[in-house]
Write a protein that binds this ligand. Structure first.
Ligand SMILES: C[S@@+](CC[C@H](N)C(=O)[O-])C[C@H]1O[C@@H](n2cnc3c(N)ncnc32)[C@H](O)[C@@H]1O
Length: 140
């Protein structure tokens, strides 16, 4: 098996993608980073279809799609055995802990995501209460 060290970034906004690519172009390690401009789920499905696996995935895009990102990573070989997922904003200003009728749409999405991960036996996870919350998930 070939093991290569690189990063594929998913970005839906063309302006943001170009800005990042310009920064990577002048970085000594920039050539290891590719930016795919499309909704993250679309890019992830294409990558999954190629059979590629990643040791580390960082999730920080559309909160309402977090469960779909997680399912795709675990249901395919996109996340390698014993691979890690780091998920940003899993405390979302404490909203998941508010009564249901006081949560925003993103607060409710994060609440459902946190429960979904906690109930999935394929993973171990820890939610680190740092700033807006980061969850580290390991595929068993
Ligand atoms: C909070 S920022 C990410 C910041 C970055 N992770 C960092 O730490 O610097 C969220 C980014 O995700 C992008 N984004 C939002 N929804 C997306 C989606 N469905 N697919 C891909 N990118 C998305 C936004 O355009 C924005 O640039």
């Amino acid at each position: 098996m070939t093991c290569r060290r690189y990063v594929i970034a998913c970005e839906v906004d063309d302006y943001v993608a170009k800005f990042a690519q310009n920064c990577f172009a002048i970085s000594p390690h920039g050539q290891k980073i590719t930016v795919e401009v499309a909704p993250a789920l679309e890019t992830m499905k294409k990558l999954a279809d190629t059979g590629i696996s990643f040791d580390l995935v960082f999730i920080d895009a559309d909160k309402k799609e977090y469960i779909e990102y997680f399912k795709l990573l675990l249901d395919s070989s996109l996340l390698a055995p014993k691979g890690f997922i780091c998920v940003d904003n899993t405390l979302l200003q404490g909203e998941p802990y508010l009564p249901e009728n006081q949560r925003s749409a993103n607060g409710e999405a994060i609440n459902q995501f946190n429960r979904f991960v906690a109930e999935d036996d394929r993973v171990e996870q820890v939610l680190i209460p740092m700033r807006d919350g980061v969850t580290i998930i390991k595929r068993k």
